[in-house]
Design a protein around this ligand. Structure first.
Ligand code: FMN
Length: 222
C-alpha cells in the first residue's frame, strides 16, 4: 500500500503520520503572558534535534480560524518556554491542560501542577514533572497558514532527585515512568526495553566472518 501525501487531506495525513510514528515524546509546554497568567499544554510533535547547540522543536497547529494557539503566541511574544516531560504521575494533569480553555484560565491550577520558578526564563516549570528544560526561542518557522515550527535552545535542565546519577549522568530507568503518545487517546509507558549493540565496522566484519569489502572470508582457501 502506498500514499501520495500531498494529494491527501490534512486529516488523513495526520492520521497516517501520527499512528505510525509512535511513540512520540510529549512536551508539556509552560508559558507565561505579560500579566503573569500561566499557560501549559501538551505537544507531541516534539523532539530534541541537537546537543550542540542543545535544540528542541515543537510543531504547533493553528486553530481552525488560523489564529495561533496560546503556546505559539506566548512563545512568539515572550521568546521563552519550558518543556516539561510527562510521566504516569502527571499524565492526567497533562490531559486536562490540553483542554481548549480561554487564555485567562490558569491551566496549572486546574491540572494540579505546582509552578516552580525557572532559573533562566520567565515561564515557571511544573514542579511535578520528572524532567524540565528551560528554553529560549531561536526561530519560529511558519511552514503554512496552519503550521508553526518553534525551534528552541535548551538553556537549563532540571531532573527529579534520584533520576540521574550525578557522577555518570546515567538515567535510573526504574525511576523514570515516562509516557509516550501513540495516536488518538492512546498512550504508552516505557516497557520491554531491549538492547542492540552499536558495532565498530571492524568488529562487525570480524564477528560475521566478512573481509574488509564486506564479502564472506573463504576459510577453505589455502
Ligand atoms: C498528548 C497531546 C499531544 C498534542 N500534541 C499537539 C501538537 O503536537 N501540536 C498541536 O498543535 N497540538 C497538540 N495537541 C493539542 C493541544 O495541546 C491543544 O490544542 C491545546 O488546547 C493547546 O493549548 P494552548 O492554546 O494553551 O497552547 C496535543 C494534545 C495532546 C493531548
Amino acid at each position: 500500500m502506498e500514499f501520495d501525501l500531498p494529494s491527501l487531506n490534512n486529516k488523513d495525513r495526520y492520521k497516517l503520520l501520527t499512528s505510525t510514528i509512535i511513540p512520540r515524546p510529549i512536551a508539556l509546554v509552560s508559558t507565561i503572558d505579560e500579566d503573569g497568567t500561566l499557560n501549559c499544554a501538551p505537544y507531541s510533535f516534539f523532539n530534541a534535534f541537537s546537543e550542540d547547540p542543545p535544540v528542541c522543536v515543537l510543531g504547533i497547529q493553528r486553530r481552525p480560524d488560523l489564529k495561533p494557539k496560546d503556546t505559539s503566541r506566548l512563545i512568539r511574544d515572550g521568546g521563552e518556554f519550558v518543556v516539561n516531560l510527562v510521566d504516569m504521575r502527571i499524565a492526567e494533569g497533562m490531559n486536562i491542560s490540553a483542554i481548549d480553555f480561554d487564555p485567562e484560565i490558569d491551566e496549572f491550577d486546574l491540572a494540579g501542577f505546582t509552578p516552580v520558578a525557572s532559573r533562566k526564563v520567565a515561564p515557571p516549570r511544573i514542579g511535578e514533572a520528572p524532567v524540565a528544560f528551560e528554553c529560549r526561542r531561536t526561530v519560529t518557522l511558519q511552514l503554512s497558514a496552519e503550521r508553526d515550527l518553534v525551534v528552541g535552545e535548551i538553556l537549563h535542565m532540571h531532573a527529579r532527585e534520584g533520576l540521574i546519577d550525578p557522577e555518570t549522568l546515567y538515567l535510573d530507568r526504574d525511576q523514570y515512568d515516562v509516557v509516550g503518545r501513540l495516536y488518538a487517546d492512546l498512550y504508552a509507558p516505557l516497557r520491554d526495553v531491549f538492547q542492540l549493540k552499536r558495532w565498530e565496522p571492524d568488529d562487525y566484519l570480524a564477528a560475521h566472518g566478512l573481509d574488509a569489502a564486506g564479502r564472506p572470508i573463504d576459510n577453505d582457501k589455502t
